[in-house]
Design a protein around this ligand. Structure first.
Ligand SMILES: Nc1ncnc2c1ncn2[C@@H]1O[C@H](COP(=O)(O)OP(=O)(O)OP(=O)(O)O)[C@@H](O)[C@H]1O
Length: 251
């Protein structure tokens, strides 16, 4: 197997919030090396600081300790493909308007940005819905728009923060297949955050289990399971039980 190059090096990262009434130490001693084009899953219980970590990676927040090195240089703000928990679409803009927004910020011509947006609308299977408004779409379709918008940023690095958390179980399963299909067609480095063990095993090349107080890296797992993975495969269940036994309870 080809050796993957390092693309993001997170070293001794820490984040403490200094509030009026308390000091909240959320992240401590986080060390993770992200490889180029891998599908990396950050798995951790609710409120453990996954979003805080992703926001720091996205440049939306700053760490209070440690450092992050982007081996190929930090992508400019707005150039990282970020998909949020809730759809975060502009409700008054059409599917096309939402997907082309990053290109618009870059000052590309209308024809250029619509051509690029169209490519990603098709990639996520939303052709025919270019002129629909978000409220006319189902939850799964809205999240596809979010994914198309992130891909249209043409960033090498995609940050997905529990993107399927708000979806019903059936839609979630099909979106898990969808995100793998898109990733296989258009390889990028994906950092996918979830609190769902099965989702982590179904998707990840590598799973970083977060936990502890403050949150650190507890363990790393590399599922040795061919794709498409099967939730009921005994090897899948064995790994699931192993991870669950090591996961902190949410208090
Ligand atoms: N700006 C802030 N000021 C103070 N505390 C914050 C701030 N942002 C996050 N926190 C705290 O950091 C902790 C981790 O929050 P975060 O949203 O990252 O958790 P999470 O793992 O993403 O949770 P979930 O899975 O429920 O979305 C929480 O206790 C939260 O209250």
């Amino acid at each position: 197997m080809a050796v993957l190059k390092d693309t993001i090096i997170i070293k001794d990262l820490a984040k403490t919030f200094y509030l009026k009434s308390e000091t909240k130490e959320v992240l401590k001693d986080i060390n993770i090396t992200v490889k180029e084009n891998e599908f990396l899953v950050l798995l951790g219980p609710g409120q453990c600081g996954k979003t805080v970590l992703l926001n720091i990676l996205a440049g939306l927040d700053t760490p209070t300790g440690g450092e992050i090195t982007f081996v190929n240089g930090r992508p400019p703000m707005g150039d990282l493909g970020v998909v949020f928990q809730r759809y975060a679409l502009f409700p008054w803009k059409t599917v096309m308007g939402n997907v082309e927004i990053n290109q618009k910020f870059k000052g590309k011509s209308k024809a250029e940005r619509q051509a690029a947006a169209q490519k990603y609308i098709e990639l996520v299977g939303l052709q025919g819905f270019e002129n629909s408004l978000p409220k006319q779409l189902s939850g799964g379709m809205q999240q596809r728009v979010g994914i198309a918008r992130a891909y249209a940023s043409e960033s090498d690095i995609m940050l997905l923060d529990e993107p399927f958390g708000a979806l019903d179980a059936q839609t979630r399963y099909s979106m898990e297949d969808e995100i793998l299909r898109i990733w296989e067609k258009d390889r990028r480095t994906v950092i996918f955050v979830t609190n769902n063990v099965e989702e982590a095993i179904y998707l990840g090349d590598r799973i970083i289990l977060l936990g502890g107080h403050p949150t650190g890296v507890k363990k790393e797992y590399v599922p040795d399971l061919p794709r498409p993975r099967n939730y009921t495969d005994p090897a899948f269940l064995k790994l699931r039980n192993k991870i669950v036994a090591n996961t902190d309870l949410v208090l």
